[in-house]
Each structure stands twice: as structure tokens, then as C-alpha cells.
Write a protein that binds this ligand. Structure first.
Ligand SMILES: Cc1ncc(C[n+]2csc(CCOP(=O)(O)OP(=O)(O)O)c2C)c(N)n1
Ligand SMILES: [Mg+2]
Length: 347
């Protein structure tokens, strides 16, 4: 298990005080985003939301390990990675409100969030193979959960990556749960990292609540991938909230079965570490939070000023060349909206 906090001082790591503070700043931005999104969902602003509380260190650390030109293949859970990569917050909020992703356009290289579990894994492996053929020096990073490792797509993606030496990092955020299915019932393997053995490359476990350990581990994995050796990283963290706003974990969960390093708050732990290293003071976290709240106020105002999405949006981004069947469906929807209105209410 790779870990920094508790084992090294900041001076003993390759990271500067500025890097350490940047990580904290983005973890705070991510936490405030998550809290605001939950509050907005609770008042009906968006229909559902998958919180990521507990995963701030894991996701922000991984995002910071990527170069600006590396490609992220995210899921519904990885909003913190996208926040840290510079995707505008209003884009992420609008997506949850029925808009296509990336309403405003931005240049952070990130694919749309995958909701069908594990489908982004072969996409990332394929994109990495394409980067290799084209001679680009970029890496693809596929983010996925522990539950995704039971899907065929996981095994197919890793197999292709190994055989074709694709520049891809498989970043599994093991948060203990796939909805109500605990990790120990997900697989009989000792770990998720060990599964990389079967595909001929390295698998590593890292303390997912330690952003410096994640930054170091994913950074090394990315360098290895760039040189044609994929890596599977298992980030051990904990889902501190429900699966989504439709879930009630009190019906199935017992967090006390997990060690404290895994279930405790990664933000508190990291702030404490940085205070002890003398690189922040007692006001730093609240200063970062105030700036994040301003950014969120602007994001919400911006999102609210967007015109209603068009029903055409669901067809426009599926294929470069629309199929006959899709065009028939589009015509049907237009006729339906004409007759019944957009919300199904007779006009
Ligand atoms: C192909 C597919 N099967 C089932 C689902 C329903 N589903 C949504 S989330 C989820 C659990 C995923 O767990 P994990 O991969 O650990 O990710 P986490 O939600 O913990 O981030 C399932 C089964 C789905 N979205 N896609
Ligand atoms: Mg999970």
C-alpha cells in the first residue's frame, strides 16, 4: 500500500509546498461543489445526483497527475476529477439538469461521463491505441469503480491494453460499494490491483485518502503508460454518502467494518498534515472555501441563464452520421412534442 501522510514529511516527497496547497484548494473546490449540488438536488433543481464525498483526495490527486493534453474517461462519480481538470462547474451542473455535456465548450480533454458501467474502459484502451498509432505523446486515463471490474468490458479493455502496449492508466476507485453490493462480494480476488497480473502489467494499491500518495502513484503510472506499459491503480477510499440521491445506505451499510484511515474525512486529514508541515495556516481552508462558493454562485447563475435544452440534443451527439432509425425517432419526437408539448401536457 502506497502512502505518504504519516510516513514522510512534505520535504521528503518530490512535491513543493505550492503543489501541496493546490491539491488542498481543489479538494475544497470539489467538496463545496458536491455540497452545493446535493443542496440543489434537494430543492428540485436537478432530478438526481451521485455524490462523491470521501473521494476528494483520490480524484483531485489523480487529476493533478495528468498532463493537460492527457485524456480522461470519467463516470457519473468523477465530477471531482473534472472540477480539478478545469471543466466549468456550470457545465457539470447543467448535465445533471438534462443538458448535453459541455454546453459552454471548454478545452479540457475529457470524454462524456459514462453511466453504463465500464463502457469507458474499452473506449480508453482504444483511444490510447489510436494515440499510439498517431504518434501522439498522450495518455488515456479510465476512471471506474470497484463494481465495474465485474463487467466484461473491464477484462476486454485491460486485455487489449496489455497486448497492444497502449498508453493507458486504469484508475479504479474502490469506494467499498457498488450500490448495495460490498466489495468482498464483488470479487473473490485478494485485491482489485492483483487482476492486472492476468493481463501482463502492474497493479498497485494506494491510500486513496492521501492526495500526495495518489499524485505520486498515478504520476508514476502515467509515465509508465506513456512508455507503453499500462498500469492498474486501485485507489482505496470510501463512499461516505449514498450511491445517489435515490439511495438510503442506512439499510445496508456498516462503515465500522472498515479501518478509520479509509472512512475518515480526507479533507480534515490532509489539512491537519499541511498545518503540521507549516505550509498553510488555520485560515487557508476557509479562504479556499469562500473562493469556491463564489465560483459556485457564478456557476449556478450561469446555468440558470441558459435557455431550455432542445429535444434534438439527444439525437445530435449520438453519431457523426445519424442513422435512418435515429432520424425516424427524431421525426416521431418532433411530432409528439408538436401535439402534446415538451412536458407531455396537451397544449
Ligand atoms: C451496464 C450497467 N449495469 C448496471 C448499471 C446500474 N448501476 C449503476 S451504478 C452501479 C454500481 C457501480 O458500482 P461501482 O463500479 O463500484 O461505481 P460507484 O457507483 O461505486 O462509483 C450499477 C450496477 C449500469 N449503470 N450499467
Ligand atoms: Mg464502488
Amino acid at each position: 500500500m502506497h502512502r505518504v501522510i504519516g510516513e514522510r514529511t512534505l520535504d521528503e516527497t518530490p512535491f513543493s509546498a505550492d503543489t501541496a496547497r493546490e491539491l488542498l484548494r481543489d479538494m475544497v473546490r470539489a467538496r463545496r461543489f458536491d455540497e452545493r449540488a446535493l443542496a440543489l438536488q434537494r430543492r428540485g433543481w436537478m432530478s438526481g445526483y451521485p455524490p462523491f464525498k470521501g473521494a476528494e483526495a483520490s480524484q483531485v490527486g489523480a487529476a493533478h497527475a495528468m498532463d493537460e493534453t492527457d485524456w480522461l474517461f470519467p463516470t457519473y462519480r468523477s465530477n471531482a476529477m473534472q472540477v480539478a481538470r478545469g471543466v466549468p462547474m456550470h457545465d457539470l451542473l447543467l448535465f445533471r439538469r438534462g443538458f448535453p455535456e459541455f454546453t459552454s465548450g471548454h478545452d479540457a480533454p475529457t470524454f462524456p461521463q459514462a453511466v453504463p458501467i465500464a463502457t469507458q474502459i474499452p473506449h480508453a484502451a482504444g483511444a490510447a491505441m489510436a494515440m499510439d498509432y498517431r504518434g501522439d505523446d498522450h495518455v488515456a486515463l479510465a476512471y471506474f469503480g470497484d463494481g465495474a471490474t465485474s463487467e466484461g468490458d473491464f477484462h476486454e479493455g485491460l486485455n487489449f491494453a496489455g497486448v497492444f502496449e497502449a498508453p493507458v492508466v486504469f484508475f479504479c476507485e474502490n469506494n467499498g460499494w457498488a450500490i448495495s453490493m460490498p466489495r468482498e462480494k464483488q470479487t473473490r480476488s485478494d485485491s482489485i490491483a492483483v487482476k492486472a497480473d492476468a493481463y501482463g502489467f502492474d497493479g498497485v494499491q494506494v491510500d486513496g485518502n492521501d492526495p500526495l500518495a495518489i499524485l505520486e502513484t498515478v504520476g508514476t503510472a502515467i509515465e509508465s503508460a506513456r512508455a507503453g506499459e499500462p498500469v492498474l491503480v486501485e485507489s482505496l477510499t470510501y463512499r461516505q454518502g449514498p450511491h445517489t440521491t435515490s439511495d438510503d445506505p442506512s439499510r445496508y451499510e456498516d462503515a465500522s467494518a472498515y479501518p478509520a484511515w479509509r472512512t475518515s474525512d480526507p479533507l480534515d486529514r490532509y489539512e491537519e498534515f499541511l498545518l503540521a508541515q507549516g505550509v498553510i495556516d488555520g485560515a487557508t481552508r476557509s479562504e479556499f472555501a469562500a473562493a469556491a462558493d463564489e465560483e459556485l454562485d457564478d456557476a449556478v447563475a450561469h446555468a440558470e441563464s441558459e435557455p431550455e435544452p432542445s429535444p434534438d440534443d439527444v439525437f445530435d451527439h449520438a453519431y457523426a452520421e445519424p442513422s435512418r432509425r435515429l432520424e425516424d425517432q427524431r421525426a416521431w419526437l418532433h411530432e409528439h412534442v408538436e401535439r402534446h408539448g415538451i412536458d407531455g401536457v396537451e397544449r
